[in-house]
Design a protein around this ligand. Structure first.
Ligand code: N2P
Length: 386
């Protein structure tokens, strides 16, 4: 069984959420980011500004005693400006944002950086590594009462079972988007995407770990078994695939699909969900050979200068309304059960955001693979320039 047991119930839960919350709110209408705000307001930023400032949780205060600053190092296209504006309005804390497009980029900059970041947003396998390496600060749980809002399946994740170091941000999958006006074929998996006839019509994530995992899945090799032998086996498969790719983009892979520059792609689920929201010609497919379920979380690096401000932000984004605002802009698999109740029926039914129970069985989370990570990077760098 590939899927860790603690995550198996997620799909069923997503389906339950669909049926329970469908009648709570009117369905969203475009533009998508407006789904959690009153219809009369022009933009999410205007909506945020128009709302009264959020109050602290009972018995807490927004003044941590630290300088009013927070340095956030996060994935691109993942943290809405609206959420940052609401945090600043409530707390007076100015948030400096720097983006990255892969866990590996974040790791390199973090290790070179000497404590300039207060909050990072790593995925499950990097969290596992960072905890082992002592790179994260322990969290003060008294600052995080909103952890209770997480769905049970996200309360005890294997890489940090008691939230000693991390607070889930969003989960998601990596799957295929097909522009059905350009590709009438029944695309089921990676092998169907990487066909000669689609040469220069494909966008994929610019992510070595992801690309190698698609190759391993295609060969029936578990994605965490990254021995030299398995890498040698996967190399010829990926070597055939990469010359067919037109665009590598981990920041906004939806753009090439929207522009019509490419006809199909392998992208983050939130990017897929935005395309599906925008135009029914786009179809989402979870690859038949297997797919990655990621869990991205907030964590505080050791020696952060504003750890209390960081905990305040962590608790803030666990508020149902705030978490729903994140889903409005970036519709990933929201781990916050209370926030899901605020999402529109349409968003809960978006197949890219919320996989079915059946689909969840195909998913696999990545594990820390230690030194092999560097070999994967080298492999993909070499094959990209061949
Ligand atoms: C958001 C990227 C999703 C993160 N742009 C994948 N772990």
């Amino acid at each position: 069984m590939k899927t860790p047991r603690h995550l198996l119930a997620l799909g069923a839960l997503a389906v339950t959420a669909l049926t329970l919350t469908g009648c709570n709110k009117p369905a969203a209408t475009p533009p998508p980011a407006e789904s959690t705000k009153p219809a009369a307001t022009a933009s999410p930023a205007a909506a945020a500004a128009a709302q009264p400032a959020e109050e602290p949780e009972a018995g807490q205060k927004f003044d941590t005693g630290e300088p009013k600053e927070l340095n956030l190092f996060c994935w691109s296209e993942y943290v809405p400006q609206t959420v940052i504006d609401r945090f600043t309005k409530a707390t007076g804390i100015k948030v400096n944002v720097e983006n990255y497009a892969s866990n590996e980029e974040m790791r390199t900059k973090l290790l070179a950086g000497g404590g300039q970041y207060d909050l990072i947003q790593p995925s499950e396998y990097i969290i596992e590594a960072f905890i082992k390496e002592g790179l994260l600060e322990k969290l003060d749980k008294s600052m995080l009462p909103n952890l209770k809002n997480l769905a049970p399946e996200f309360q005890h994740l294997s890489f940090d079972p008691d939230h000693d170091y991390t607070v889930p941000w969003m989960a998601g999958t990596v799957g295929i988007v097909v522009n059905t006006e350009l590709v009438p074929d029944d695309i089921k998996g990676y092998k169907d995407v990487f066909q000669e006839k689609f040469k220069n019509k494909i966008v994929v994530l610019d992510d070595a770990r992801e690309i190698v995992s698609w190759g391993l899945d295609t060969m029936g090799i578990p994605v965490n078994e990254m021995s030299d032998e398995n890498l040698a086996k996967v190399k010829p498969v990926v070597a055939q695939w990469l010359p067919l790719v037109k665009v590598y983009d981990s920041d906004s892979p939806k753009t090439a699909l929207l522009n019509g520059d490419v006809a199909l792609g392998i992208v983050w689920s939130g990017e897929g969900a935005l395309l599906l929201r925008q135009d029914k010609k786009f179809k989402w497919v979870l690859p038949a050979e297997g797919a990655h379920l990621f869990v991205d979380s907030l964590a505080i690096p050791k020696n952060a200068k504003h750890p209390k401000n960081a905990e305040l932000f962590m608790n803030f984004i666990l508020r149902p309304k705030i978490s729903a605002l994140i889903s409005a802009d970036f519709p990933y698999l929201n781990p916050n059960a209370e926030a899901r109740k605020l999402l529109s029926a349409e968003d809960l039914a978006n197949p890219a955001s919320f996989p079915t129970a059946e689909e969840m069985k195909k998913l696999e989370t990545f594990k820390d693979i230690g030194q092999q990570a560097a070999k994967i990077d080298d492999l993909i760098t070499t094959l990209k320039v061949q």
